[in-house]
Design a protein around this ligand. Structure first.
Ligand code: COA
Length: 331
């Protein structure tokens, strides 16, 4: 086995057609477009209809978009990882279904649960399989149907989240391009602040859990907000320092889209120019594991070979981190 770098060589994405605007949400809960825009930066989000299509529906669409753009035969894919907090069902994996539906008959597949950091953690996993020489084509998908776990009478969460999916292909690179370094962390105490209480082994589904709305996502926004800024900033600083980078070396920061104010705080912390931070939260809200690949999908036209990208994410768990990746192709 040889050691090579693992590069992203293709990007695909999909967001559902149905748009849920701030004006729509004003009809559902006590909120206002002004509050949502000023406190989160979100103007609209996409919602999968019907929800029963499942996360695999969006993941498959994102992969088909990637396969078409890359003109890739799915039988060449070795492994498919689906980062998601909203799998089609607890058992079996969404990834297995996606693999079969796209015709990846020579692949194995599994789900990865890292909440909003799922895609970032998946980049580490995908790259490790490639750089070890074990596999040549690893498809990493970030996909979440957040509308399936949101209580649309809870104004603290329903304004934030949306549905979507993005996919990237990792392949070996001979020029040293691709994933260079990462700092990935967790703090299990954080689950007190961001969780779905019921439906797992600790609290299986029952009439009571349904009536108490314990199958919906519960978030204590303020502590999550604080930890998100300090932990993402800390992870980015570690990656920058140990790779001898200066802020001007960074072409783009690809950061989890949870709240525009969090992105502004990180930008201030790093003293970034406004065009270094990629942003699309105003159109999609927080799509959990899909935010990072959807940024790549939206901004692929700006990305050029050899550019330096910093990825960062923070989410339930708590989970967080930062990765440094050099871009491998001109689109
Ligand atoms: N519309 C109007 N008012 C709202 C509201 C809404 N949608 N949601 C909350 N409020 C109210 C609260 O009830 C509170 O009112 P009070 O002061 O009378 O009690 C006030 O606004 C401030 O609430 P707070 O929760 O402190 O707001 P905030 O400025 O922290 O914004 C979040 C709330 C959720 C947008 C913000 O905390 C956040 O983005 N948190 C982090 C989310 C995140 O990063 N997740 C990452 C993992 S997925």
């Amino acid at each position: 086995m040889t050691t090579k770098t693992a590069a992203i060589t293709a990007v695909g994405g999909y967001v559902p057609e149905h748009v849920l605007t701030n004006a729509d949400i004003e009809q559902m809960v006590d909120t206002s477009d002004e509050w949502i825009v000023s406190r989160t930066g979100i103007r609209e989000r996409r919602i999968l209809k019907p929800t029963s299509l499942g996360t695999s529906f969006m993941a498959i669409k994102a992969v088909q978009n990637l396969l078409d753009k890359k003109n890739l035969d799915p039988t060449q894919i070795d492994l498919i990882i689906v980062a998601t907090a909203t799998p089609d069902m607890p058992v079996s994996s969404t990834a297995s279904y996606v693999a079969t539906e796209i015709g990846a008959t020579n692949a194995f597949a599994y789900d990865l649960q890292g909440a909003c950091s799922g895609f970032l953690f998946g980049m580490s996993t995908a790259a490790a399989y490639i750089s070890s020489g074990r596999y040549k084509k690893v498809l990493l998908i970030g996909a979440d149907t957040m509308s399936s776990i949101i209580d649309y009478s809870d104004r603290a969460t329903c304004v934030i989240f949306g549905d979507g999916a993005g996919a990237v292909l990792f392949e070996p690179n001979d020029e040293g391009l691709g994933l260079q370094d990462e700092v990935l962390r967790v703090d299990g105490k954080g689950r007190a602040y961001l969780k779905i209480e019921a439906g797992g082994s600790m609290l299986p589904p029952s009439k009571e859990t349904v009536s108490k709305k314990q199958h919906f996502l519960h978030q204590e926004g303020r502590p999550v907000f604080k930890f998100a800024i300090s932990n993402m900033s800390d992870a980015i600083t570690q990656v920058i320092t140990r790779n001898d980078l200066s802020k001007d070396d960074i072409d783009f920061v690809v950061a989890h889209q949870a709240n525009k104010r969090i992105l502004d705080a990180i930008s201030n912390h790093l003293d970034l120019k406004s065009d270094q931070m990629l942003i699309n939260i105003e159109r999609y809200g927080n799509t959990t594991a899909a935010t990072l690949p959807l940024l790549l999908w939206d901004y692929e036209h700006l990305l050029k070979k050899n550019q330096k990208l910093l990825f960062t994410a923070f989410g339930g768990g708590f989970t967080w981190g930062a990765s440094y990746l050099t871009w491998a192709y001109n689109s």
